[in-house]
Design a protein around this ligand. Structure first.
Ligand SMILES: [Zn+2]
Length: 291
């Protein structure tokens, strides 16, 4: 009787054995923590996942260290967000020196928002004015995150087709999780005190577009606002009954507090770069909903 069961067990062990071999040898790199969340949900522990930008650091001004470049070079795939900070310059360098590393743009097929997002790039103001850059924060809305995660999944099954079935099953669970997050947020934002909010750095443009909200940033073209710009913002905030001011880690909070005090709003610290992507977005929706 017992012998009968040995056979399937042997195969399971063999199968698992193969997978843990992959784990030892292969690494995947992502730019930011929310990407690690999506990827871990798809691959489980089949791969080691390396996040390039450390927690608490702005990916928009971060420059990878040579040690990080080494890790990147050892990765099977580099999943870039798409249009974030160092990514494209480093992807070019990687392509030249390590053509074996597959580079995936996770923003592909996403309908991008152009022009409202600015960074202090070190370029002259004139140059800045004439370049319409895509807003890179595509992971901040469940509707765009769905495509974002699918881009990761597609790249994975192309590069590792033997495990396609395993990834497909996990990916469909991830999509369910994203859809659940989407419906929770939709529900929360249905009937709220004000559809407008203020944020220091405009990191929630896609959430605003996809859920009928209006985002106003304190930062003006990647820089601190002038007194006239502050006044204009305060006027808008009063007119639109704004009661939420978001600030992010790594950005100035002084002006946010000034604006909030002027309009009687509250300042909320958020982290759109949190690993727990779903929890943070739901928390943001709760704040906007005032409940
Ligand atoms: Zn940004």
């Amino acid at each position: 009787m017992k012998k009968k069961y040995l056979f399937p067990f042997f195969f399971v062990a063999l199968f698992l054995g193969c997978r843990s071999e992959t784990k030892e040898g292969k690494m995947l790199s992502v730019t930011i923590e929310p990407q690690r969340y999506f990827l871990e949900n798809i691959v489980g522990d089949s791969y080691k996942i390396n996040t390039i930008v450390p927690a608490g650091v702005s990916p928009e001004t971060y420059e990878p260290t040579p040690a990080m470049m080494m890790k990147l070079a050892k990765s099977a795939i580099f999943f870039k967000v798409g249009f974030l900070g160092f990514e494209n310059a480093w992807a070019e360098r990687l392509k030249k020196n390590n053509p074996d590393v597959k580079i995936v743009n996770c923003s592909e097929r996403i309908e991008l928002i152009y022009g409202e997002h600015h960074h202090a790039t070190g370029k002259s103001e004139e140059e800045d004015e004439h370049t319409l850059l895509p807003d890179p924060h595509v992971w901040s809305s469940p509707k765009t995150a769905r495509i974002f995660a699918e881009n990761m999944y597609r790249a994975l099954i192309t590069s590792d087709p033997q495990n396609e079935e395993f990834y497909r099953e996990k990916f469909s669970e991830l999509i369910e999780k994203i859809d659940r997050t989407d419906s929770i947020i939709t529900q929360l934002l249905m009937d709220i005190p004000s559809r407008s909010f203020i944020i220091y750095h405009p990191a929630l443009s896609y959430l605003a577009r996809d859920y009928g909200l209006k985002q106003y940033s304190i930062e003006f073209e990647g820089k601190n606002p002038s007194p006239a710009q502050m006044k204009a913002l305060i006027d808008i905030a009063r007119k639109e009954g704004i009661n939420v001011v978001f600030v992010q880690q790594g950005f100035d909070t002084k002006n946010a507090i000034v604006v909030a005090n002027e309009i009687g709003a509250k300042v909320y610290r958020i982290n759109p770069l949190a690993y727990e992507w779903d929890k943070e977005l739901i928390r943001i929706a709760h704040i906007l909903a005032g409940k």
